[in-house]
Design a protein around this ligand. Sequence first.
Ligand code: SF4
Length: 450
Amino acid sequence: MTPDFSPRKAAFYTLGCKLNFAETSTIGKILSDRGFRRALPEETPDICVVNTCSVTEMADKKGRSLIRRLSRQWPSATLVVTGCYAQLKPEEVAAIEGVDIVLGSNEKLRIAEYLDRWEAGHAPIVESTRAKDITVFRPSCERGDRTRYWLKVQDGCDYYCTYCTIPFARGRSRSGLTADLVRQAREAAEAGGREIVLTGVNIGEFGKDTGESLLGLLKELDAVEGIERYRISSIEPNLLTEEIIDWVASESRAFMPHFHIPLQSGSDTVLRLMNRRYDTALFASRIAAVRRMIPDAFIGVDVIAGARGETPEEWERSVEFIRSLPVTRLHVFPYSERPGTAALMMDAPEVAPAERHNRAARLQNISDGKLEEYFRSMTGQVRPVLWEHVVADHNTDNLPSERRLMSGLTDNYLRVVAPARPELINTVSRVRITGIDPERDETLTAIHAD
Ligand code: SF4
């Protein structure tokens, strides 16, 4: 291989959601168009880009400590901080020693303009647009790994759930145009992508601002040749219509039996306090529709433990509801108070931080049980897998090649390992699932069935 003597090197750090990861990849592309290459782990970068999250107080804290560590580790690098924490608290971020450029949500993907400005005089830059003035949809479709792309179809949110800062961090809901998104999907297919994950903040709102529809977009994407799989990263239960579920179940070629649906609480009182747009009856009916039409679907569900108003009675009600749901796994978050959110003004009892964590642990237990049950129900099944890579970990490093394993995801989002056949990487083939892998977390073992 010819050594790469490109003089400028960039390092990227991402916290938070899939949308952030997609946008970091786009920033990587923008910098590579300007002659930067990705710094190797042992190299000193010329520029560090940190794409932050602010979904919880812990996310802010992680962002601060990462920024401090990078500024100590690479004092000569230009340190750019962007993302939701930078949007919500630009001055606080700018005050951290070593930070050179702070870019809000609207400025994130215009990093090239700000680097020009920085290079002209090395004067610190702090730019962020007020969330209510962010109106432009900035596209992003980038490769996450060898097999998978992230396609941003929507940004921002108009829902104003009382606990959430995202509408303040990302602005109002806005969508891409179907024709542009289909073009990006075609380009991803031409570049060898096999799977596309649709990302956004509130994807179900796609098209409300442009007169298009989410189902229309899904149908157009489904027809793109070369893309064998799509997933919707997350969709609000009130926006995951039975029409969409039915289409995925009966007509779609490439949308996978996999849904991620935020619940947040199993108590109607708490859902009302949260300003969510559904109640438990609607949520249960959407889950039942998925199970009826796509029995093997993987269903991931977000839940917040210990939100304001979650009295011991509401908490028990919530646990009972969640326990009764035929879902695959929970993503559990202890409630985090966020400055500026309506939850802080509510006249509703607070849950002590330690109790929030206790409740989260109880939900996690329920989740572990559901996931194990789902895993067991898959044993013996034949499923298609998109192969990603040959496994390289401490269990396999010293194995002869005929005993190596490779890893991929099934259609219904199960991580499986099977004997390595490297020629199958980035292709789909069928496996028979043989059991739960004792060596690797949340992984199943399989044998080739093709
Ligand atoms: S739907 Fe609610 S929780 Fe989700 S981003 Fe919008 S305001 Fe936040």
